[in-house]
Design a protein around this ligand. Structure first.
Ligand code: DX5
Ligand code: ZN
Length: 221
């Protein structure tokens, strides 16, 4: 199934609870929460207190994307404040294998993310330890950027690797996804779609519904 994960980085922060309610009611399956440390990426966003306070606003899956150096230090804390999926960057974890095991052992689903320039081979051996692989389609740190076209090849390559090895992996894409270009990502093999600006700019409810309708049409093809 194709999943929409609206990134709250694109939302209006002064009414975050209400914005989450809107995407929830419109049918989005995940809430994508970007955590940035100002070191791994050149920006600082939100952390544990915000996430735990948002937890009571929705029952939807909290998909926490940690753009944090040695994110393994915060796995248990993220789980405690309500993360259902915890995604860490391969580039930011010295012992990626251990961190992914730690995520699963605290009861969350494990995600592993790659920056645009990092080859998919960097995660090949740890795929059985992950439930989701995130191919960044922009350099992480900011919403509202243009997608980087070569990342499509990476999605395609990763889907082939997973299929060849019989691994039923969720492949997530994040950055620069719009209503007009989302089909390229679906065709390449992604099935979890993050969208920040494309969901939160304009009419949130109709944006979510338009994405979901497109996913349904794609699945029927
Ligand atoms: C970027 C974040 C994204 C971002 C996506 O570092 O990981 O989740 O919010 O925003 P858009 O969809 O506007 O590119
Ligand atoms: Zn993200």
């Amino acid at each position: 199934m194709t999943i929409l994960a609206p990134s709250i980085l694109g939302a209006d922060f002064k009414q975050l609870g209400e914005q989450i309610r809107l995407v929830d009611e419109a049918g989005a399956q995940y809430i994508h929460i970007d955590v940035m440390d100002g070191y791994f990426v050149p920006n600082i966003s939100v952390g544990m207190p915000v996430i735990s306070s948002l937890r009571s606003a929705t029952d939807k899956v909290f998909d926490v994307h940690m753009m944090v150096t040695e994110a393994g230090r915060y796995v248990q804390k993220m789980r405690d404040c309500g993360a259902d999926i915890i995604t860490v960057h391969a580039e930011a974890c010295r012992h990626l294998d251990q961190v992914l095991r730690k995520i699963r052992s605290c009861g969350a689903r494990a995600g592993v993310s790659l920056n645009p320039a990092t080859p998919v081979q960097a995660v090949e051996h740890v795929l059985p330890l992950a439930d989701m692989a995130l191919i960044m389609t922009v350099n992480p740190g900011f919403g509202g950027q243009e997608r980087i076209p070569y990342t499509l090849d990476k999605i395609h390559m990763l889907r082939q690797i997973c299929d060849r090895r019989g691994i039923p992996m969720d492949i997530q894409v994040d950055g620069g996804v719009t209503y007009d270009n989302v089909e390229e990502f679906l065709e390449a093999g992604a099935n979890v779609i993050v969208a920040g600006s494309a969901v939160f700019q304009g009419d949130v409810t109709s944006n979510v519904k338009a994405f979901l309708k497109k996913f349904e049409e794609f699945e029927k093809r």
